[in-house]
Design a protein around this ligand. Structure first.
Ligand code: 16H
Length: 253
């Protein structure tokens, strides 16, 4: 849940009289389903492994649109001692963001659409020889149950959207992104009583996919260099952060 003081505006749509629906419900549903399909596609054809560090693997496909690098990215990682819910929760929640994000100047929530969907406005650090970037995107967290026995899959999607409270002010350039974090929890040697599950018996299988368009021209080599350095750095820092934060806390399934 988001502290009310951090929200600039609540949705104008009256969700309570609208079956919990809001103006972006259908978009959120469509993009979530696309990611659930896409996450199953493998990376054997056309993907380059650009980074590997233990369990972490980062792949990308080199794609340009009108001379602008929009390389899709797909990362896999396995993290011991945490659940998929914990990883997704810390990624989605506003209150932790600036503790693990190193590529932002600021973040704020400009609208809460429902308890699982908020709109963020972020100012990105200027990391390459170009104008500063900002972003405005809905961010949705969801639990998907597979069957009664399996642990559910958790997912977060960040997807660019325009917003009246976040007009594009030149020379600022807006990033366009479609990003998903999808996590499964694996329990080894499950005890008969679920209450006896220990952190040493759980791990999280994480998939992170990103389609980011820089929104304006950036030198290709510079952008690819930044991506190759920053995505692995993000994955390492963010996942270690969640391990640290949850170490002595009850497991959040
Ligand atoms: O996913 C990450 N961070 C999210 C929470 O802050 C926001 C992100 C996003 C990014 C852009 C637009 C909307 C939403 O989902 C971790 C991001 C890790 C950053 C790696 C930097 C790679 C730099 C080259 C790619 C182009 C710029 C991307 C800027 C983040």
């Amino acid at each position: 849940t988001v502290p009310v003081s951090t929200i600039v505006s609540k949705s104008n749509d009256d969700n309570s009289e609208n079956n919990g629906k809001h103006r972006l419900t259908d978009d959120v549903e469509r993009i979530v389903q696309e990611h659930l399909q896409y996450v199953r596609e493998d990376v054997s054809n056309g993907w380059d492994l650009i980074h590997q560090d233990g369990e972490m693997k980062v792949y990308r496909r080199e794609v340009e649109e009108n001379g602008i690098v929009v390389d899709p990215l797909k990362c896999f990682h396995t993290i011991k001692g945490v659940t998929g819910h914990e990883i997704c929760r810390y990624f989605w929640e506003f209150q932790y963001r600036m503790e693990w994000e190193t590529t932002l100047d600021s973040t704020k929530i400009i609208e809460a659409l429902d308890p699982d969907t908020v709109i963020f406005f972020q100012l990105h650090k200027r990391v390459w020889p170009a104008a500063q970037r900002d972003s405005c995107f809905w961010s949705h967290i969801r639990c998907i149950s597979n069957s009664d026995e399996d642990q559910p899959t958790w997912l977060v999607v960040n997807y660019t959207t325009p917003h009246p409270l976040a007009p594009i002010k030149s020379p600022q350039v807006r990033l366009v992104a479609n990003v998903a974090l999808i996590c499964e929890t694996i329990i080894s040697e499950p005890p008969l009583n679920p209450k006896d599950i220990k952190r040493e018996n759980i791990q999280c299988k994480l998939t992170y996919v990103a389609f980011v368009n820089p929104g304006g021209w950036v030198p290709s080599a510079a952008l690819r260099g930044v991506a190759k350095r920053e995505y692995p750095r993000f994955l390492k820092r963010f996942t270690s952060y969640v391990v640290e934060q949850t170490r002595n806390k009850p497991i959040l399934f």
